[in-house]
Design a protein around this ligand. Sequence first.
Ligand code: ASP
Length: 599
Amino acid sequence: MLKSISCGALRKENLDREVTLAGWVHRRRDHGGLIFIDLRDSEGVVQVVFNPEVSPQAHSIAQSLRAEWVLRIRGKVGERPSGTVNTNIPTGEVEVMALDLEVLNPSKTPPFSVEEEAAEADELLRLKYRYIDLRRAKLRNNLVFRHKVVKFIRDFLSRREFIEVETPILTKSTPEGARDYLVPSRVYPGHFYALPQSPQQMKQLLVIGGVERYFQIARCFRDEDLRADRQPEFTQLDLEMAFVEEEDILALMEELFTDLIENIVPHKKLMKPFPRLSYGDVMARFGTDKPDLRFGMKLSDLSDIAAESGFQVLSKTIDSGGVVKGLVASGCANYTRRQLDELTSFAQERGASGLITVALDGEPSNSLDDLRQEDIRSAVARHLSLEEVRKMAVRLGAKRGDLLLVVAGTTRVADLVLSQLRHEMGRRLELADPDLLAFGFVLNFPLLDWKPEENRWDSPHNPFSSPKDEHIGLMNTDPGSALAKQYDLICNGMEIAGGSIRNHRRDVQEKIFGLLGHSKEAMQSQFGQLLDALEYGAPPHGGFASGIDRVVMLVTDEENIREVIAFPKTQSAADPLFGAPSTVDDAQLKDLHLRLRSE
Ligand code: ASP
């Protein structure tokens, strides 16, 4: 190699040794006589000194060095003079006195600084010059963590007799609720492959094929509108097992994620065992099926109190089939008019017609029994009776000094708005312990969701999930109340994994497709391969998938998914480095039997 040791590896043990280093100029300081550079490689930086009395040749070249030039340096490791030790870096006790310097490649002035302390550059610029961005310690660290996570998973599952099997990228539509990415076929005019939204059907076919323990670090593709934690292509740990029940998969997931966190980020805290929550309870208490469990601030239903209210906004909502729900922002009774207006806009931007805020003045130790009309501060105070406010406060578990936040609307809107208000207030009040990873299982999902616009049932997760055994009959009588053998793993407000026990009997699977509105012909053309396979000795089976990008976000405390992916796409699904997507030439289109429509 061009180097004998890594820059970042040098320590006092290496004193007086002659070493050859190779790396990038991180920083350069010219102190008249002496020139100092920080030389960086993938393991870290070390200070190199050029002294004209030691090596006039090296010193003279060093005068022209600039950031990001690539160098090879032969030098001697010395102790830094006392008072110049840098305790912030692991190599801070030593420096290398340069004897020889070779410039392996100069660099243009980079579009942004690689130094971590420098202000973060514009993200588009960072993505366009990703190869420079990746030199930054933070991104490099994230990639290392990603590698460790994936390696840990592979080792963990290999020890448990799972085998990793690759499934095709060019395949047929595998619906997981998103739009497909399509690839036109050259050989079959007018025909298309679809990129897999997940290897769901493939993994079921593998298990039917006798692979009793399958996993894959699988790339999945979904053409959806992007959000902060989504990418058009992303990586899942995909897993499936034969001869299992829900409990077996839950135990495996709990062990995998516990071991992973304890090994990779041992300073993080876990709640053990992972709490198990029912979908119905979670929705009622948090308004979302992926709540951040690190803090309380639960939602309460105030509909019965609202129904009796003289305030028509409340009573009319209940009369028209809606709900009134609320939560308590502890200690926020002193919020200013401006802060309250901000919360109201926050609620309105998310679909609420308004936000009712009620501040309860007084000391937390004052009893609610002594609450007087003048202790209630609210824009709608004159519409609310003292007794009614007291009842709401008791229901919500509020104290004097707290602020009640109440939303009236449809269940969907009230839950959405309050769950996001809860998240926002949790953030403002710093209620979540940043070192806690609060995993939890959500169980007992409904098998089906009614879609009034389309007058049909939909499957909230995927259509392959099995109903609970005792609910198979309900599919004929009351499909909406059938529960599925479906489970999600959530952590700190994110869905980390999801899976189910699948239908291994054709009649049950067909029944579900029927409820989803598929004709027999449509079922056969879209899912024939799976349906047919179910008739050739399909064992009971189930599994899960987990988003690797999100797991890496958890262990690196990143809030932006693009920080844990080497070459991510932008929020608008573009790749600024390669310039993808791009137009192609006519010959390519012709080969694919495609002609573009003019808009
Ligand atoms: N295929 C599902 C998904 O991608 C996960 C599973 O049920 O295994 O979300």
